[in-house]
Write a protein that binds this ligand. Structure first.
Ligand SMILES: [Fe+2]
Length: 625
């Protein structure tokens, strides 16, 4: 009897587990299933192509090193990390863009190391005055056995021997979502702490102890510089930000645009575990030193294409760390690219990669969820592709959220509309639609509808003179992506599949609908800002430009007025050179130098200046309006 009921319980639990697992595959996918062992597979032509969950190579928690204070310094345990630590003091309060001054290197033993502060950093090496102040922040870099840099970390301590580890900001503080009356200051701490931000004598405080801090500073005056001080337990950091100009004032300002900073080649800081920190940092320095009010960065911050959320989080943290010294002062708005891909990858029985989809559950394991959790962007975009005409189940969630990956913001007389052309992205969708999923370069229905309404709203806003629309993929690829983006070598059959069925509009038809909104339904859209192709170039789209493949049998749109496509995917990923395309004669200033675009906005006029952030060479300069 006992044995019988035991088996009943086991059977019941197994069936509950298998049911709950199986039910978790979103209805928007097709041919994706769990087997009786709860292994996920893609059923293709009768063959099961399995996905193999991978262990995290590293986790942020591991790289924070579980530090503890000792009599003479800090003891770290990086949980089996093989390699070396490099460390030095960080001059918070002494330098406007505090960066660790690395001074010593030590091997790790089984991931563990004791770092000496008392002797190593005493007079005359104490440039942060820790011996008097009895507090300091140590920056450290972890390098693996192959010599690859994996992580730049921080740990704050009090005392001058013995030392106590205290809550540390390991990323931030960042300033985001600046308007004419508000700003959002956010940061992550190594331990739970109730943090505060002081602005203009007013204190903004977390409601309770936490590790992720987001404090909205409001009630500010337009066009005003504000000092701010972040206090987190024993430690403080002070920077400043400037609110956006008064609406309608049409004061001149500069903003910057770039994208594609995934890892470069050549080692060192060109590849800090997934990101080209070297060029990213220089890009941010150039933007800041040229008085850019904000930077728009649209996709491929990191290598991505990972199966685990933690891997993507770590890579994005490394990107944020590269830019952090400048993000204390000016906002960086990010969009999604194909490289932020996260989700299961399916392999055939020979171990050959066959297909990949966006991860689920969508609220935790999708690219969209990790992007939302990793950044702060405005929350005024569409909800998701649920409730579109293709939604397989109304009232149920079958798609990832657009929150903070599709949005718009305004600054002075400019509006920036940020789209996600790698939404619900299935990397294999181009060649294999069996799984269903989003197609690289395709703006799906609800997002397009939101774009249309947003442009209408901005057209009616008398304070806005210029609109920029940015998404990762060019409408007109020029070098590296002629076989995808919004062109696919002119093959309109390419489109997303939802729940096993193709959507009505192909990629070229959808590109046309998108262009029709920006060109024919708008007088204010100046340019589309794109990336994906690792080069800088500009294309003026006029009615003279050929934009269709030969023998195109679908309706063609009229180009009633010119707009620009400014492509800049040159923030550090390996370059692509120019290809021959129908619009190539109109493609100007093509360059494979690393590049940052600086838009000088002065009332009705806009001048574009393009600079190589590595050499400071001026690549291009042109009046857009
Ligand atoms: Fe890309």
């Amino acid at each position: 009897m006992r044995t019988f009921s035991f088996f009943l319980v086991v059977f019941f639990l197994a069936s509950v587990q298998s049911f709950s697992q199986t039910s978790r595959v979103p209805a928007s996918y097709s041919n994706i299933k769990y087997d009786s062992q709860n292994q996920l597979y893609y059923l293709k032509d009768g063959e099961r192509l399995y996905s193999y969950p991978q262990e995290d190579e590293y986790t942020i928690e591991q790289l924070l090193g579980n530090p503890s204070g000792t009599k003479r310094g800090i003891y770290f345990d990086f949980k089996g990390f093989k390699g070396t630590i490099v460390y030095g003091l960080i001059p918070y309060g002494k330098a406007p863009h505090p960066l660790p001054v690395y001074r010593y290197t030590k091997p790790l033993y089984d991931g563990k190391v004791a770092v000496n502060i008392s002797n190593r950093f005493k007079y005359p090496f104490d440039f942060v005055d820790w011996e008097n102040k009895k507090k300091l922040s140590l920056g450290y870099r972890l390098i693996n056995e192959k010599g690859e840099i994996i992580f730049d970390g921080v740990v704050s301590v009090t005392g001058n021997g013995p030392f106590n580890v205290v809550p540390t900001i390991y990323e931030g503080p960042f300033v985001s979502n600046i308007t004419d009356t508000s700003a959002l200051i956010w940061f992550n701490t190594s331990a739970s702490v109730k943090a505060t931000v002081e602005v203009d004598g007013k204190l903004y405080s977390d409601e309770r102890k936490r590790r992720r801090h987001e404090l909205l500073i409001s009630g500010l005056k337009a066009g005003t510089k504000y000092d701010y001080t972040v206090t987190y337990g024993e430690m403080t950091q002070s920077y400043h930000f400037t609110t956006a100009p008064k609406k309608g004032s049409r004061k001149p300002f500069i903003f910057a645009y770039t994208s594609d900073s995934r890892e470069g080649k050549g080692g060192g800081e060109r590849d800090i575990y997934g990101t080209n920190a070297y060029i990213s940092k220089k890009m941010a320095a150039v933007a800041y030193s040229h008085d850019a009010s904000f930077v728009q960065f649209t996709g491929d911050m990191v290598n991505g294409y990972v199966t685990n959320a933690e891997e993507l989080r770590l890579q994005l943290t490394n990107w944020k760390k590269a830019i952090e010294p400048f993000w204390h002062y000016i906002p960086f708005y990010v969009g999604s690219g194909n490289h932020e891909a996260l989700g299961p990858r399916f392999y055939d029985k020979n171990g050959k990669y066959a297909a990949a989809i966006d991860g689920f559950p969508f609220d935790r394991n999708s690219s969209e969820a990790v992007m939302k959790a990793s950044f702060v962007n405005p929350e005024n975009g569409p909800v998701s592709e649920d409730n579109s005409k293709y939604d397989p189940r109304s009232k149920k969630t079958d798609f990832p959220s657009y929150s903070e990956n599709v949005y718009y913001y305004t600054y002075g007389n400019v509006a920036m509309v940020v789209l996600n052309s790698d939404y619900w992205y299935a990397p294999s969708a181009k060649n294999d639609h069996g799984t269903s999923g989003g197609l690289h370069g395709y703006i799906m229905d609800n997002q397009l509808e939101w774009l249309k309404k947003t442009i209408e709203k901005l057209e009616d806003d008398n304070n806005i003179d210029h609109i920029f629309v940015t998404q990762h993929t060019p409408a007109f690829p020029n070098g590296g992506h002629s076989r995808d983006d919004m062109w696919y070598s002119g093959d309109n059959s390419k489109r997303p599949y939802i729940a096993g069925k193709p959507v009505d509009k192909g990629i070229i038809e959808r590109r046309d609908e998108y262009l029709d909104i920006l060109i024919n339904k708008s007088t204010k859209v100046v340019a589309i800002l794109t990336g994906d192709e690792h080069n800088y170039n500009r294309l003026k789209i006029t009615k003279e430009v050929t934009i269709y493949p030969e023998n195109y049998d679908k309706p063609k749109i009229e180009i009633s007025r010119p707009i620009y496509q400014i492509n800049n995917g040159a923030c550090g990923a390996p370059y692509y050179s120019q290809e021959v395309l129908p619009w190539s004669d109109h493609t100007k200033a093509f360059s494979v130098e690393n590049a940052i675009c600086l838009f000088h906005v002065d009332g009705k006029k806009i001048k574009l200046e393009v600079i190589n952030p590595d050499t400071l060479n001026k690549i291009d300069e042109i009046e857009l309006r």
